[in-house]
Ligand binder design. Structure first.
Ligand SMILES: O=C(O)CCC(=O)C(=O)O
Length: 297
């Protein structure tokens, strides 16, 4: 699919680069053109009607709104495949990584319907060791109160966090909210329990940032559709629900640099992918490769 604006390549100024390095997150205004945003919105709505193998509804039954997500669905949604290969987003990722190309780790999206109460818990993304960033693009106008927030500079703390439930037994995890279970599952599957427990010693439970917001330097932005936030995977991030009167959909691409390897607790992730029939030709400690994780542009 060829779209108008496909030659558009968003760029980072020297100031953007400095912010990304120091703060671990930077907002890039109007980085993605309106026709790509329209295509991604269409793709998300079709993906909701036709869920992929990783689709999750993260709202509890009976709650208002609805918090949904899917991952790696570009195989079935051509708009997503076109966006990652033709929109210029890969060029932006490569430029932020300081490399000629970037490797796509994942395409994913999060949709919070109007009135969603379920938050995105504070976390950071540790499944990769080495250069790893995400580009979070707003598909709708998203007010500051519903937008993704970051603890400024937390990517430089040299600390690794897991959900508190990562350290607890099965009895306590049975009471988790759906979003907490989602982030826990991302790091730990029952099949990888031995690895996960052995790995636990290098991680700390994620602090209760929401309970002590004033103690943290929290940054975030009101977003227009097409604005994006480029963030280091290790920057702690989270979001409230969506108290606004319209949907707050976001599309996220995750990118790794040439020095990136799969972290030990990423074993669960590749196990799940292989279980769904995806080819994952690398192991823990090895560089990411294979057709699901293409080098772009
Ligand atoms: O948009 C959200 O609510 C979640 C985004 C997120 O956690 C991520 O992209 O890592």
């Amino acid at each position: 699919m060829q779209r108008e604006g496909s030659a558009h390549a968003c760029t980072m100024s020297a100031d953007d680069r400095a912010r990304f390095a120091q703060d671990g997150a930077v907002v890039l205004r109007r980085a993605v053109t309106a026709d790509w945003i329209a295509a991604l919105r269409d793709g998300v709505e079709r993906n909701i009607r036709e869920p992929g193998p990783f689709f999750r509804c993260l709202s509890q039954p009976g709650q208002p709104g609805g918090f949904m997500t899917d991952m790696w669905s570009r195989a079935q949604i051509p708009e997503f495949e076109s966006y990652v290969t033709q929109s210029g987003i890969a060029t932006l990722a490569a430029s932020a990584l300081g490399e000629p190309q970037a490797r796509l780790l994942q395409d994913t999206w999060f949709a919070k319907r109007a009135g969603t109460v379920e938050p995105t818990p504070w976390h950071h993304d540790t499944v990769i060791f080495g250069p790893f960033l995400s580009i979070w693009v707003a598909l709708d106008p998203i007010p500051r109160v519903a937008s993704l927030e970051f603890v400024r500079g937390s990517h430089l703390w040299n600390r690794y966090f897991m959900p508190p439930s990562y350290f607890e037994g099965d009895a306590s995890t049975s009471a988790l909210r759906e979003t907490e279970r989602y982030y826990l599952d991302y790091h730990k599957q029952e099949a990888a329990r031995g690895t996960a427990v052995a790995e636990a010693s290098r991680f700390e439970p994620t602090p209760d940032i929401e309970a002590d917001r004033a103690d943290y330097d929290i940054i975030g932005w009101e977003m227009a559709a097409g604005d994006c936030i480029l963030f280091d995977a290790l920057t702690l991030h989270g979001a409230a629900g969506n108290p606004s009167e319209r949907d707050a959909r976001r599309f996220v691409t995750r990118w790794v640099g040439s020095g990136a390897v799969l972290a030990p607790h990423g074993e669960a992730m590749i196990g799940v992918l292989r279980g769904r029939g995806f080819a994952v030709p690398f192991a823990v400690g090895e560089p990411i490769g294979g057709s699901l994780f293409p080098l772009l542009p």
